[in-house]
Design a protein around this ligand. Structure first.
Ligand code: SF4
Length: 195
């Protein structure tokens, strides 16, 4: 356990503010490691509050960074309103592009979430994960059940009105499913990244 809020991977600064997540993906890195790319443990002793996050950000040396990514060891949008506030704060201090990596289930987690707030970030990477609802649920084991897939797609569609959107899938999918995912991404008019 630790309090690693910020960590660097290459030239990006990653922000880890929650370990909560409504999913339990079969491929989640948390199942086999305490961190990523040689980071300290990303399991948090407790969730840092906004004041602590801002204070730690202010102490960072941001030289050489190309961007800020909300990612974390969990689903960052579990703390959606804090993330939006942090986007505003980071931008007021440093003009780096901000990306939110998300499973796209924020409107199931926080039904009142205002999608317009996403415009505080520069881009959102949504985990598409699968080409249909059954496969999605098999892989993610989302606590919201089968409706999760449709909610994630709706999120991506609506998010496009406010922010740049990309999809990602994990390379554990069969090639024909990845091909289907490519078609879905094309229909949405967004890029697909296979990780
Ligand atoms: S949504 Fe992300 S953090 Fe949550 S279980 Fe899946 S891979 Fe892990």
């Amino acid at each position: 356990m630790s309090m690693t809020i910020f960590y660097r991977i290459y030239d990006n600064l990653y922000v880890n503010i929650t370990n909560k997540c409504p999913c339990e993906c079969v491929f989640c890195v948390r199942r086999c490691s305490d961190g990523v790319h040689g980071s300290q443990s990303l399991w948090l002793d407790r969730e840092p509050d906004i004041r602590e996050i801002k204070a730690e950000f202010d102490r960072l040396d941001l030289g050489g960074l190309a961007g800020i990514v909300f990612c974390g060891f969990g689903e960052p949008m579990e703390r959606a309103s804090d993330i939006i506030e942090l986007c505003r704060y980071f931008k007021s201090k440093w003009s780096l592009p901000i990306r939110i990596n998300t499973n796209g289930l924020v409107r199931l987690i926080h039904p009142g979430f205002d999608m317009q707030d996403l415009s505080e970030a520069d881009s959102v990477s949504v985990s598409l994960n699968a080409d249909d609802a059954e496969e999605y649920l098999r892989l993610t084991r989302s606590r919201f059940g089968l409706r999760s897939y449709g909610a994630m797609l709706d999120f991506a569609r609506d998010a496009k009105k406010y922010v740049r959107v990309g999809f990602s899938v994990v390379g554990v999918l069969e090639p024909w499913r990845i091909e289907n995912c490519r078609k879905i991404a094309e229909e949405f008019g967004v890029p697909l990244r296979v990780r």
